[in-house]
Design a protein around this ligand. Structure first.
Ligand SMILES: O=C(O)CCC(=O)C(=O)O
Ligand SMILES: [Fe+2]
Length: 213
């Protein structure tokens, strides 16, 4: 029967964490989650980003996309390295497996039509920040969801600064400390946000976007 086949195609096992994230995003435009990735994954990603930074592999981030990119230190001061999923190492593969599982879940349950993702490592040295912005470009609106995972270690102090501040429409602003393994997911096209200045230490993260075609 036609309807049975449709139900088969749409069948999935309910994932309580993903369900919580989805309802958070529907209710408030963002979700904060401290258990999205396993701790060993976060620890290994932290080792990766530290090695890249030590070897000066990260580059000053620009604003705008590839067609109109410019480096504006007065707007953002982080250093980034894009991750090529085809060349991902074992840890990055594990990371992308989770991202793909989440993306497939969103497509099955919310018909979001997410096809691609792009992720980069980011280091914000002391004194850097990213002024209030949204994550879509004037000439490209394919980014639907932004996902940031903080790679700082347990020694990160809230007095280090580098808070992510979210400005949900019609709701009070939300201050998020970049604690180890914490994941923040939000609507790329709607939610204004900023990264406050880092006062002490280096702020480490992996940031990316789930995109439609
Ligand atoms: O690192 C964060 O908390 C957010 C980064 C961000 O807003 C961006 O890269 O667009
Ligand atoms: Fe952003």
């Amino acid at each position: 029967m036609r309807t049975e086949r449709l139900t088969d195609a749409l069948s999935y096992e309910e994932h309580p964490l993903y369900e919580r994230i989805i309802s958070d995003i529907l209710d408030q435009g963002y979700s904060i989650c401290d258990s999205f990735f396993e701790e060993p994954t976060v620890n290994s990603l932290r080792e990766d980003i530290k090695t890249l930074y030590r070897h000066s592999e990260l580059k000053k981030a620009g604003i705008g996309n590839k067609l109109n990119e410019s480096v504006e230190k007065s707007i953002r001061g982080d250093y980034i390295q894009w991750i090529d999923e085809q060349k991902a190492n074992a840890v990055e593969k594990g990371f992308f497996d989770k991202i793909n599982a989440f993306k497939n879940y969103l497509n099955k349950t919310c018909f979001m039509g997410l096809l691609h993702q792009e992720f980069h490592y980011a280091v914000y040295p002391k004194g850097t920040f990213y002024k209030k912005h949204i994550d879509t470009f004037q000439n490209d609106d394919r980014r639907k969801l932004s996902l940031v995972c903080y790679l700082n270690d347990d020694s990160w102090k809230t007095s280090n600064g580098g808070e992510l501040v979210l400005y949900p429409e019609g709701l009070p602003e939300v201050v998020v400390h970049p604690l180890p393994g914490r994941v923040v997911i939000f609507e790329s096209q709607r939610l204004e946000h900023e990264v406050k200045e880092v006062i002490q230490d280096k702020r480490l993260s992996i940031t990316g976007w789930l995109k439609t075609r």
